[in-house]
Design a protein around this ligand. Sequence first.
Ligand code: PLP
Length: 400
Amino acid sequence: MPLLSAAMSRIQPSATAAVTKRAIELKAEGRDIISLGAGEPDFDTPDHVKEAAIAAIRAGQTKYTIVDGTAELKAAIRLKFRRDNGLDYAADEVTVNVGGKHTIFNALVATLDAGDEVIIPAPYWVSYPDIVQFCGARPVVLPCPAEAGYKLTPEQLDAAITPKTKWLILNSPSNPTGAAYSEKELRALAAVLLAHPHVFVLADDMYEHIVYDDFRFVTLAAAEPRLFERTLTVNGASKAYAMTGWRIGFAGGPKRIIQAIAKLQSQSTTNPCSIAQAAAAAALAGPQEFLKERARAFQERRDLVVSMLNQTEGLVCQRPQGAFYVYPDCHRLIGRTAPDGRTIGSDEDLASWFLDSEGVSLVHGGAFGLSPAFRISYATSPALLEEACRRLQRACAALQ
Ligand code: PLP
């Protein structure tokens, strides 16, 4: 009898976590590495959030809480959904989990059976297909190339829906491309979904506050209120409030799903950390002005990186509307030869070349389901980004 479950054979370790680990190991060996792999803001958690956590510890909020979130945090989440998204969720329509990844994991485990299908536009966030496969369900990956702005079209969606489709996962702004759907684009997708009432939508809004220029973020259930009843609106503290280590994710959605998530969570993690919940409540209910300042800082970095990448031999880079990633196309470099004799046969080979020749660590497009490309996280200082882009320019120019 095999030791490990069949479910384990259906998933891979997270590619982004693997790249980050490799960069840390090489740094520890003394190599000069610039890591553009990690998907987390370089900003610190705001002071008032840290203070709320310290106050919670001092007040003895160190015990188990209600499994799917304290009353205080749920109130802050409902306030956030009203204020930022115009969505009115009742107290029993919100859930709190151990990070947004856990929210998504819970929702999919609670709803998927073998044979169910989940539509995932590619490039996608690395965990979606693996979680779906873990559940024994089938990811239906729809390629959304650069020419389509890395976005799903209504025609593509309509053609992919079958009687077995349980979910569409829609992530805007996107990890890994930064592409974001306008209200008009969401309405066009919603028109398709309205004709297929058995399909639920998981709207992953993790990067909603990191948007640029005059882009106005709208979430699907607000763009089309008739989809409110079958949309799970997922968000979290990690990206907007620079709280990746605190592990708080949450969602608003249909009561039956919210209750199922609580039941599942009661048999796994129990409540998210009581102190992190107090901190997240302070983040969501407290001052929000700094979010715009941080988005402006990210926008300057986006402009720097996009401009330098587009001056790099063989690369073409779109200018994304949000998140802190760019996803340059590198098809012109595939098939070239490096000075050490290696052939660049794929975007994974190219990522290895960047790491070996110039010490720049990033994630190849294959991990996100659309090649040849790679993802750069520009959530690091402009000086480091400039140096990293210079190194990439050298590494690309060296390929014949
Ligand atoms: N969704 C997307 C698109 C992400 O990029 C991430 C993190 O990288 C998550 C969800 C989960 O974030 P966390 O588990 O830190 O809340």
